[in-house]
Each structure stands twice: as C-alpha cells, then as structure tokens.
Write a protein that binds this ligand. Structure first.
Ligand code: PXP
Length: 249
C-alpha cells in the first residue's frame, strides 16, 4: 500500500474565521471549508483531517456535520478527550479519530498525548468510539512507553508527533528521526497502524523516510501556506509527489 495523505484543512477555516467568525451562514462567507475538502479530494488526498477544538477557533460544529455528509473519502477528526467532543464524535461517526492533547493557550498542538498517564480515561473513550465504528489513533511523541500504552488501551493506530523532528536541523533532527523509527518499529510489532504528522513539509519529508511502516501522513499548515502561491490543488499534488519518495510502504 502506498503512503496515504490526510490533508488537514483547519487553516482554511482559520482564514474564514479571521473575517466571518460572527457571521457564519451569511451569503458572503469565504473560503468554503467544503470546497476546500472537495478540492483536496480531487487533488488526490486520501482523507480529510479536521480538529474540533474546545474553543472552536477554526473548525466549528457545523463544519464537522457538513463534511461528514459531503466528503467522499475518509474523515479524520482530531479531538481532545472531553465528554463534549466525545459526544459529537459518537454522533458524527468519523472514519477515524485522533486523540490529541489540547489546552486553550497553545498556538497549535504542542507535544504528544500522555496516554500512559490517563490510560483509564482514554481506554473508555477508545472502546466507545471503536464500538461505534470509528478507528482511533493516539497522537504521541516517539516515546516507547507511550507506544506500549496506546496498544494496551486498545487504540488501532498511533500518529507519531513529528513537530520536534520538523523544528530541529542537523544532528538533532537525525536523532529525532531515529526516535521516530524506533517508535514505529515497536508500534508495528504491537499491531498498531503507524501514522505521522505535525510540521511536515516537502522539504523535510525526505529525512523522515528512514521511518518504516508509515501508513498515513497528516499535513496541514505547509499545504495551506503553499496554496497561497500555487493553489490548493497544486500544493497537494506537490506533497503527493514528495511522498512518492517513501519506499517502505
Ligand atoms: N496531526 C495532528 C494530530 C495535529 O494536531 C496537526 C495540527 O493540527 C497535524 C497533524 C498537522 O500539522 P501541520 O498543520 O503542522 O501540518
């Protein structure tokens, strides 16, 4: 199977909210999140990723329901493990959920989820979601104890946090790539699907490709940023082209 691309369109919603946060539903609201999702799919995205945050700073509830109805690929819903968002996920039945840590002050998801420290709470949500037809992923740092904990609580997948890898250069980046490799190997041996994401770009991807067993990358910011200059379709196609360099899949 080839490496799949989940396109995160949160920042299309960020742009919309910058102007129309108090006017959603008005005739002149743009850009359309649905148009972005459909364009991403027609450009070759394998899934559409969105994060419904507690503060609704970009994606709002209506977006989740609309996209679930209209998209033709898979929906990957990123969420904090709170009763409110869990209730929405159980109603919406996305194909995938990715559990992320969330705090209000952060600019973006900073650091992986501490699965080890909240196994019981996470296990309960994972079993409800999986029984409801949603496959669940844990967004974790490449820490072997977190990989083991994710398998123990019944998750089907892990998404390895590549933020540190992306932000470092040289020796430090190679060291982080080695940690990602070890985490992917362990996760795979425990039967987990291995995904990765955060801060990935066409430039840093080649150095990630020492990591085996990758099934899906979730990429948002660099695609949306690039689309300012070349359009969403071309930005996604450039990313898909860069992903062809992955030979482990
Ligand atoms: N995966 C997860 C779990 C995330 O929280 C994010 C950021 O929303 C991404 C992937 C995408 O990261 P980026 O926008 O840096 O590509």
């Amino acid at each position: 199977m080839s490496l799949h691309l989940g396109v995160n369109i949160d920042h299309v919603a960020t742009l919309r909210q910058a102007r129309y946060r108090t006017m959603l539903g008005a005739h002149n609201v743009e850009p359309s999140i649905l148009q972005a999702a459909l364009e991403a799919e027609s450009a070759g995205a394998h899934s559409i990723t969105i994060h419904l945050r507690a503060d609704r700073r970009h994606i709002v509830d209506e977006d989740v329901y609309l996209l679930r109805r209209e998209i033709g690929t898979m929906m990957n819903l990123e969420m904090g493990n709170t009763p409110e968002i869990l209730g929405i996920a159980l109603q919406v039945k996305p194909h995938f959920v990715c559990m992320v840590p969330e705090n209000r002050e952060e600019v973006t998801t900073e650091g992986g989820l501490d699965v080890l420290g909240q196994k019981d709470l996470l296990r309960a949500s994972v079993s409800q979601l999986e029984a409801n037809g949603t496959r669940v992923s844990m967004f974790i740092d490449p820490d072997l104890d977190q990989v083991r904990a994710s398998a123990e609580i019944g998750a089907s997948m892990i998404e390895l946090h590549t933020g540190t890898f992306a932000n470092e250069l040289g020796e430090k980046r190679s060291h982080e790539a080695a940690r990602l490799k070890a985490a992917a190997e362990l996760g795979h041996s425990l039967g987990l699907q291995i995904n990765a994401g955060h801060g990935l770009t066409t430039t840093n991807l080649p150095e990630l490709f020492i990591v085996p067993h990758l099934s899906e990358l979730n990429i948002g910011h660099s695609i949306v940023a690039r689309s300012v200059f070349v359009g969403l379709r071309a930005a996604i196609q450039e990313m898909l082209e860069a992903m062809k360099g992955y030979t482990h899949a």
